[in-house]
Ligand binder design. Structure first.
Ligand code: MD6
Ligand code: FE
Length: 217
């Protein structure tokens, strides 16, 4: 009989929920790293603060963004793109903190994507009411790499659709420490976030932070 099955002290794998053929939610995967991630995030934000960006259509995004890593995702009236320089400072984006890269690499491997080396991390800051409308992540050069998305702070309702904008979208609640990994056949699925409710988090208050690690270049 395998008594380990009943041993509360035995290390548990993060609970893993499949949301698509190559998409998974790793529940609580980032909890052990959360303090280190938040400390690194503070340093990044000191150099490249969160700011609200304008879409090509002229709308101000409700989510505030920043980046770290060799490339950063930006939007303005001229379109969506990755740039090596923060347009606010005209300096390179802050370097990728080792804790970010390690979590990205390890979560990707846990989801079946060995060899993932992120070169870009988009940071999203949501306040109550902020939302992300359905979109595809398609500004990266190479869609063979997955995306690793880390949720911190207030919970959010993630929308996970199909390959066409009109496909029905599943609703996936995401909590502090959850990590979503997707790639392969699911890499271009539409996704978004419903307007955030104000359910203050003990550590982060009325904020949700999302880090998405990518291979952009
Ligand atoms: C968010 N996430 O969770 C928005 N994109 O705040 C994204 O847009 C996203 O979570 C690609 C892959 C994972 C994501
Ligand atoms: Fe996205």
């Amino acid at each position: 009989m395998n008594l380990d099955l009943f041993d509360d002290a035995a290390p548990q794998p993060a609970r893993s929920e499949s949301i698509g053929p190559r998409s998974v939610v790793l529940r609580g995967y980032a909890l052990p790293a959360a303090d280190a991630l938040l400390q690194s995030l503070d340093e990044v934000i000191r150099q490249s603060p969160f700011r609200r960006m304008e879409t090509p259509g002229g709308h101000l995004m409700s989510v505030a963004l920043s980046n770290c890593g060799r490339l950063g995702w930006t939007t303005d009236r001229d379109g969506y793109r990755y740039t090596p320089v923060d347009p606010l400072s005209d300096q390179p984006w802050p370097g990728m903190p080792p804790a970010f890269a390690a979590l990205g690499r390890e979560a990707a491997a846990a989801a079946g994507f060995a060899g993932f080396e992120p070169d870009a991390c988009l940071l999203n800051r949501y306040e109550p009411g902020a939302r992300m409308s359905l979109h595809q992540d398609r500004n990266e050069r190479d869609f063979s790499a997955p995306i690793v998305s880390v949720s911190l702070g207030m919970p959010a309702m993630f929308l996970f659709g199909g390959l066409a904008r009109s496909d029905p979208a599943a609703r996936v609640p995401l909590f502090h420490g959850d990590v979503v990994v997707w790639g392969g056949a699911d890499r271009l699925r539409f996704h978004g976030v419903l307007p955030l409710k104000d359910r203050p988090h003990p550590r982060l208050g009325s904020l949700r932070l999302n880090l998405t690690l990518r291979k952009a270049g």
